[in-house]
Design a binder for this molecule. Structure first.
Ligand code: SF4
Length: 315
């Protein structure tokens, strides 16, 4: 295991307002915010990931770095242990730089920053350092979208691809599942900034995405109408300037049905088909859909520091 040395101090974390929670936590003084994290970076896993959209994983995989903590903390989160800060290991900005370079050396098609919002200042610095050392693959920002416009604007020149969720349209749903009744207004403003930064999608000759924005919506059980409203909004606002990814992989986590009985089942084939049919009926062309059975819980990787801790080289 590697000794963690102190990082530069990022003044934004004296009273943090990086995400739309705007909780003002004194993270530099060791106080965690609503996201659960102090200024110390923690990550649970850094590895090639094959299960993103085909244009992101490609054949070689996406170099995913799963960060600990989350500003949104949805009740149904499938990465709940890491989102709640229960897993992951400390990592310096210098080590994060090395991780990016190691993933690129493994053949990753991109660096995929999973739930990165609360570490944006450190990530911007690590990407700058990695690029100075030759990192040339795209940087992808994979988020639940409870972002401020200011934080997204800081990513201009750092991030090439945005992969935001658009989870909810209705304030009641967003309040019930994420305690964020303003989610739709916040997330759509953030997505607007993202599309402004990336412009329309651009692919290489293998069909791997180099630049652009893909908006994900995971259909929730019993929420077909809300899914339709979200797709309608995205199509009317962006047309073919973005891709949408319509996901059917909702998996009820153990015990969810006690307080949220409506979430205690998977999305039915019929529900998912109705959403996809609607997308086609309104003219959405740039879309990814999921075929076949929904993902199993076994797809959820472990977050005990694989690829994050530096391997000691035996001499
Ligand atoms: S990133 Fe964390 S500490 Fe900062 S405003 Fe959001 S919840 Fe609060």
């Amino acid at each position: 295991m590697t000794q963690i040395t102190s990082d530069p101090v990022f003044p934004e974390m004296d009273a943090c307002r990086l995400c739309a929670r705007s909780c003002g936590a004194r993270r530099n003084a060791g106080h965690p915010g609503v996201c659960g994290m102090t200024a110390e970076i923690r990550a649970g896993r850094a590895a090639l990931h094959m299960w993103e959209e085909p244009c992101i994983s490609g054949r070689e995989g996406s170099g995913a770095v799963f960060f600990t903590g989350c500003p949104l903390r949805c009740v149904f989160c499938q990465n709940r242990s890491i989102a709640l800060g229960k897993e992951g290991v400390p990592v310096t900005v210098a080590r994060l730089t090395e991780i990016f370079l190691e993933l690129a050396a493994q053949g990753a098609n991109n660096i995929n920053l999973v739930t990165p919002t609360h570490y944006v200042p450190q990530i911007v610095e690590a990407v700058r350092m990695a690029r100075a050392k030759g990192l040339s693959i795209p940087i992808l920002y994979n988020t639940g979208s409870y972002e401020t416009r200011e934080t997204i604007r800081r990513l201009q020149g750092t991030v090439d691809i945005f992969l935001p969720d658009l989870k909810y349209k209705d304030p009641e749903t967003a309040a019930r599942y994420s305690r964020a009744p303003d989610y739709f207004a916040v997330a759509t403003a953030a997505i607007e900034e993202m599309v402004t930064i990336t412009g329309p999608p651009r692919f290489d000759d293998r069909g791997v995405l180099l630049r652009g924005t893909i908006v994900r919506h995971m259909v929730l059980p019993g929420h077909v109408r809300e899914a339709r409203k979200i797709l309608e909004y995205l199509h009317e606002t962006y047309g073919n300037d973005i891709y949408v990814s319509i996901m059917n992989q909702y998996t009820p986590m153990e015990g969810i049905g006690v307080h949220f009985p409506e979430l205690g089942r998977r999305v039915t084939r019929r529900e998912y088909d109705r959403v996809v049919e609607y997308a086609l009926s309104i003219g959405i062309e740039n879309a990814y859909i999921q075929e076949g059975p929904t993902a199993e819980e076994s797809f959820i990787p472990s977050f005990r520091g694989e690829g994050v801790l530096k391997q000691e080289v035996e001499t």
